[in-house]
Design a protein around this ligand. Structure first.
Ligand code: 5GP
Length: 194
């Protein structure tokens, strides 16, 4: 998606070789009108699939998921990263390894908010090694709900996550796919982006 690629080129920064900072517009300071265009694009791609819930993971996914959900007219559920089980009733849990924070943590969703009748669209800001997505997929599978697809803002196409999730038969649609980031120079892959 050209608008997102332009934002990455103009306002993103490459750090330590393989971390892309997009905190000027996507996951710290948030450019709401840009993110609204991303939400519209997710709706254009997934709007005909009978989505009943959008599932994301705190914290960066929440704002993007909420803006996207306004186009679908469905609720957002976000998986909490937690040590404590401070949630009422039955919970679904999974484990995620954070690439940016270099640690493992549990993610948790109340079983009340995902049911076998739900058709779930997964949303996140980044897809890199796929750990966050795999954690969300596990939560949905435990609930018996159906995954209709995964909408990703930025996929690191050079990393393993995209293939791992697509190999599970999940329709991953990424609005920008990065082929390489070398010496701060970003090259996009237009074949995977669809
Ligand atoms: P994965 O679990 O696929 O390895 O990584 C996905 C998560 O890690 C995303 O939710 C995102 O928060 C974070 N992440 C991975 N790579 C990057 C990156 O290059 N930049 C930023 N800002 N976050 C990243």
């Amino acid at each position: 998606m050209q608008l997102l690629e332009n934002a990455i080129l103009e306002r993103g920064r490459v750090k330590d070789g393989d971390v892309l900072k997009v905190d000027a517009f996507l996951n710290h300071q948030m450019d709401v009108s840009l993110i609204n265009e991303l939400g519209k694009e997710f709706f254009r791609r997934f709007g005909d699939r009978g989505v009943t819930k959008i599932l994301t993971i705190e914290a960066s996914g929440i704002g993007i998921a909420c803006i996207t959900a306004q186009h679908f007219g469905v609720p957002v559920v976000f998986a909490k990263k937690t040590q404590s089980r401070n949630i009422d009733g039955e919970v679904l849990t999974s484990q995620v390894t954070s690439f940016t924070h270099q640690r493992n943590y549990d993610i948790i969703v109340s079983a009340r908010f995902l049911s076998p009748d739900d058709r779930v669209l997964l949303i996140d800001d980044f897809l890199a090694k796929g750990s966050a997505m795999l954690g969300l997929i596990s939560l949905v599978r435990q609930s018996g709900a159906t995954i209709v697809g995964a909408g990703i803002c930025i996929e690191k196409g050079f990393d393993v996550g995209g293939k791992a999730i697509r190999d599970l038969g999940i329709d991953v649609q990424s609005l920008a796919v990065i082929k390489e980031m070398r010496d701060g120079h970003i090259v996009f892959d237009h074949d995977t982006a669809a």
